[in-house]
Design a protein around this ligand. Structure first.
Ligand SMILES: Cc1ncc(C[n+]2csc(CCOP(=O)(O)OP(=O)(O)O)c2C)c(N)n1
Ligand SMILES: [Mg+2]
Length: 626
């Protein structure tokens, strides 16, 4: 007879999660080191009781962390996973209805970024004994539709555990997807609240220590040969390094490969730091907000070697950055989905192993010395552009680029800078000087306002030895600042640099360039005469807000004050918000790329008609790479 143990479904899940490990290259770590949660009906007596029991009896090691918003706890978990190269993440439990659906944005962010997180939304009663319960969606189309069905679209695995025994296959499937570098993303196990509290006799083997090996898929030798042949024929090749290069830990191989072959390396947001900014082959960010050198080289490139990139529209400048009519692609990617993009010669493999394999057949090959010289020239010109951004001497309030220059100076190589949305990602892609693969933590797949502060929590938990700096615009801060309270309660020292410009510098500039005159993008009083939000600046004090949430606050309205504030913030052991005021109107770094945002084809406004003409001209250079 099988040995069994009698536990509730929630107690069984807690015991199971405490025994899951990931392993890569022989290194083991806890796959799910803890559970984030906000309790309400749906989980307070189920998972809540199970987590309490675990803490009190010590029968399962699964600490509980209290977040202030369910979206925030998913962001914290995803940031943790990003820092840990997808080898560890948290589980998130939420109450029925709004608590659970608050996690959907976080789920979409995780799946879009291909970062693992385990979501445990509570679900309606499986018995339906008391339907409709508080916060239950009653749907005339079917009795089994619940709000949690909305997770299906944004989850890489979804299951509803309607009977206790279903937990066994569901939990195992969840671990399989979380630890698969191709499949990973949000994994959702919806847990009806009555089932959470229901007892069952579980086979004890369900709870044994499990180690999930995270593989490094090996490239097929003929595919390596085909890729190498293409590269050997290249005269102006370019590498595009994406997140896969970082998650695979391929930095050493990438640097060696670039040095040996002389192929310049451009990077995406997720790939920045894989090659240090001042490496002779590093040509900076590529795409819509890319650097001068990277985009110039992209225009000329005859062969593009994409490594771990998904080629988002920002990376390809909406299919315009690669200007050579004969450009061909070789894509080294663990996911076939990405490997075949742009009609590429696919090299489906782990980035590290793929680069090792390519190094062999390319050992006696390198680019022409004139191409290396051309790369050096473009880098030198790029440095001049960057230095001009750092020293604009703008006034009375500083330009954001000057603040980024001062921040670059203030932080050491291991510091982590976090950002996700607004004008900062574009400025950072050109100006941030990352030397470490974890130094640049910019979520630019879902670009979710509100990720920043919450992500600071997860990043600091993932590596307390690093200085974690959250860079956040005032708009993004207003969307989700409450996890500052979590930083304070958990004793996590994070520096939050809050860039106050009273509105959306990013969307305002975009709106203006598209002929929409910055409409509705400023935080201003409504002007009585125009009826527009163009009045005075609002009497909003976000510094006071941060202080009230428990952070220490420092003020800066000049570059000098900002430098001084950063020194104080670094010396402190408390969560510190540096509130710095900047000019909404920039100047931002000069643009070297385009982004496809359609402009109205007909319009009664002159500004829109002018913008439409410019848009039509840009459209001409857009094409599929076939
Ligand atoms: C959740 C979410 N809502 C809306 C957007 C669209 N959006 C992108 S940037 C931006 C404004 C950001 O303002 P702020 O954080 O102040 O940064 P700034 O543009 O001033 O640098 C908006 C509304 C988004 N990316 N995410
Ligand atoms: Mg702003």
């Amino acid at each position: 007879m099988t040995n069994t143990v009698r536990l509730t479904t929630a107690q069984a899940l807690v015991r199971f999660l405490a025994n899951q490990f990931s392993e890569r290259d022989g290194q083991e770590q806890r796959l799910i080191p803890g559970v984030w949660g906000i309790f309400g009906h749906g989980n307070v007596a189920g998972l809540g009781q199970a987590l309490l029991q675990a803490a009190v009896t010590g029968e399962a090691d699964l600490p509980y962390y209290l977040a202030r918003n369910e979206q925030g706890m998913v962001h914290a978990s995803v940031a943790y996973a990003k820092m840990r190269d997808r080898l560890a993440t948290f589980a998130c439990t939420a109450s029925t209805g709004p608590g659970s659906t608050n996690m959907i944005t976080g789920a979409a962010l995780a799946t879009t970024n291909r970062l693992p997180v385990l979501l445990l939304p509570s679900d309606m009663f499986a018995t339906r004994a008391a339907d409709p319960v508080l916060q239950q969606l009653e749907d005339t189309r079917g009795g089994d539709v619940t709000v949690n069905d909305a997770f299906r679209a944004v989850s890489k695995y979804f299951d509803r555990v309607s009977r206790p025994e279903q937990l066994v296959p569901a939990a195992l499937a969840a671990m399989r997807v979380l630890t698969d570098p191709v499949e990973t993303g949000a994994v959702t196990l919806a847990l009806p609240q009555d089932v959470q509290a229901e007892a069952h006799d579980w086979p004890v083997d369900f709870f044994r220590r499990r180690v999930w090996h995270v593989g490094r898929p090996v490239p097929e030798p003929p595919a390596v040969e085909r890729a190498a042949r293409l590269l050997r024929g290249a005269r102006t090749p370019l590498i595009v390094a994406g997140g896969g290069a970082v998650y695979s830990g391929a930095e050493t191989e990438l640097r060696a490969f670039a040095e040996a072959t002389g192929i310049p390396v451009a990077d995406t947001h997720a790939g920045k730091g894989a090659v240090p900014w001042d490496h002779p082959c590093a040509v900076g960010g590529i795409g819509s907000t890319g650097a001068y050198a990277a985009n110039e080289l992209a225009r000329e490139a005859d062969v593009v070697l994409g490594i771990g990139t998904r080629y988002s529209d920002f990376t390809t400048a909406s299919h315009t950055v690669f200007g050579n009519p004969d450009v061909t692609f070789v894509n080294l990617n663990v996911a076939r989905l990405d490997a075949v993009k742009h009609s590429a010669e696919p090299l489906v493999a782990d980035a590290r192993l793929g680069l090792q394999a390519l190094a062999g057949p390319l050992a006696d090959w390198e680019v022409d010395p004139r191409y290396r010289a051309r790369t050096r020239e473009l880098i030198a010109r790029t440095r001049e552009i960057e230095d001009a951004c750092f020293t604009v001497g703008h006034g009375p309030l500083p330009a954001q680029t000057e603040i980024l220059g001062a921040l670059n100076d203030a932080l050491d190589d291991r510091a982590v800078v976090i950002n996700a949305a607004g004008s900062l990602p574009g400025d950072l892609q050109q100006l941030w000087r990352a030397r470490d693969p974890k130094a640049y933590h910019v979520e630019y797949a879902y670009s979710c306002m509100g990720y920043e502060v919450a992500a600071g929590v997860g990043a600091k938990m993932a590596d307390p030895s690093r200085e974690v700096v959250v860079l956040v615009g005032d708009g993004s801060y207003l969307m989700m600042a409450q996890e500052i309270v979590t930083m304070v309660s958990e004793g996590l020292k994070v520096i939050v640099v809050l860039v106050q410009n009273h509105g959306f510098a990013s969307i305002g500039a975009l709106s203006e360039s598209l002929g929409s005159q910055r409409f509705g993008t400023k935080y201003r009083y409504r002007d009585d005469s125009s009826g527009l939000l163009d009045g005075d600046v609002l009497p909003v004090d976000l510094a006071a807000n941060a202080s009230n949430l428990g952070a220490d606050v420092l003020h800066a309205t000049s570059v000098g004050e900002f430098r001084a504030a950063m020194e104080k913030a670094k010396a402190s052991s408390h969560t510190t918000v540096v509130h710095v005021e900047t000019d909404l109107y920039g100047p931002n770094p000069p643009g070297h790329g385009w982004w496809d945002v359609p402009v109205s084809e007909v319009s009664a406004l002159e500004s829109t008609r002018t913008a439409r003409a410019a848009y039509a001209a840009h459209k001409l250079s857009q094409r599929h790479y076939l």
